[in-house]
Design a protein around this ligand. Structure first.
Ligand SMILES: C[S@@+](CC[C@H](N)C(=O)[O-])C[C@H]1O[C@@H](n2cnc3c(N)ncnc32)[C@H](O)[C@@H]1O
Length: 330
């Protein structure tokens, strides 16, 4: 059967059965990981579309879901004419008290026209600031064939979980700083009270540059030097060496541990366990990098560490971010 017809049929069945469902927007290029994750958790997938996955209700945002629309409503806009269909949908969307955010799943002339006629909140680049105050209320919608999918309140604070920033293209030595900008600005996960931090695998220094604004001292280790741009930053203390052969006693003033080091997920887990057992550090931000598919088995081990959570940042590539702090709320 033609794909469009199949989608229409599946949506019709969903509509008729009145099943509660959620919509997930996968991270760009990682739809297959989202599908694998849902299947591994035995979450029934109801419909897989090019830029969205419909599943039965879940109780938390999957790691590979850029945005999660819980408790979606499905409205059949089947009508005698296309004009009526459009009018019904516009009336419904206009009756909402908030602005709407549109997620385009397929080329759909009707939804394109509707989008132009209603008040919408567009995705906008984020101006970096710690704990960004954005808290605008909005609904989200999309259309597949002549079915409207509507979500009154999406999971992510920013529309569609689209976390692009107004970038600083001159000061930091690379774009890795955007991962910490996202964590500090969108997820409010910046260290407070100017702690000392240890950062392994720090070169060329994008993260170190961000951390230098929040920490009294940033102890950085890498086999390579930091970029010369960072030479004038007084509170970064760089050491050249093997980050896996450190003596924890040399860093007993540190309360935060940062790692964006290139290593296997197993090595990262071993390293985290080492610092948990041999230091008083309680706060961690570590990138877990994959060579191929996401290794959900090793992620389970990280997830079992108390007060920790795994997220895929918008700025992450084929990697996820493991974070831990006492009393974590996210
Ligand atoms: C992705 S880069 C880090 C980028 C950094 N977060 C930034 O913002 O600029 C990974 C770094 O890990 C370092 N690395 C890999 N294995 C290491 C080891 N055993 N000891 C020290 N550094 C290592 C590499 O030299 C590389 O600079």
């Amino acid at each position: 059967m033609d794909y469009c017809l199949l989608h229409k049929k599946l949506l019709h069945n969903l509509f008729e059965s009145n099943t509660a469902f959620d919509l997930h927007i996968p991270f760009h290029g990682f739809q297959h990981e989202l599908v694998r994750e849902l299947k591994l958790k035995s979450v029934e997938i109801l419909l897989e579309l090019p830029r969205a996955v419909l599943s039965v209700a879940v109780n938390e945002r999957p790691i590979w879901s850029q945005d999660w629309w819980p408790a979606c409503q499905l409205k059949s806009c089947v009508s005698d004419t296309a004009i009526n269909l459009e009018k019904q949908t516009i009336d419904f969307l206009k009756s909402q008290k908030n602005f709407g955010v549109y997620h385009q799943i397929e080329v759909n002339k009707i939804s394109d026209r509707i989008h132009k006629k209603i008040k919408s909140l567009d995705v906008k680049r984020i101006k970096y600031q710690e704990n960004h105050p954005f808290n605008f209320k909005f609904y989200a919608w999309t259309m597949i064939s002549d079915y409207l999918i509507f979500c009154e309140k999406t999971n992510q604070r920013f529309p569609l979980g689209w976390h692009e920033f107004n970038e600083d293209k001159t000061t930091p030595p690379n774009r890795a700083y955007l991962k910490l900008w996202e964590l500090f600005s969108v997820y409010n996960f910046a260290p407070t009270n100017k702690p000392e931090a240890l950062e392994i695998g720090a070169s060329p220094g994008g993260w170190s540059w961000v951390l230098s604004h929040f920490c009294s001292v940033v102890h950085t280790i890498d086999r390579a030097p930091l970029d010369q741009k960072l030479n004038s930053i007084q509170n970064i203390r760089h050491k050249i060496g093997d980050a896996f052969k450190l003596n924890s006693k040399d860093y007993d003033q540190c309360s935060w541990f940062y790692s964006d080091i290139i290593c296997t997920p197993e090595k990262m887990y071993e390293t985290v366990c080492f610092w948990l057992e041999n230091s008083a550090i309680q706060n961690f931000v570590c990138t877990i990098k994959f060579k191929g598919d996401c290794d959900f088995e090793i992620l389970k081990k990280f997830q079992q560490i108390p007060d920790s959570k795994i997220i895929h940042l918008y700025q992450n590539k084929n990697e996820v971010t493991w974070i831990k702090t006492v009393g974590i709320k996210m």
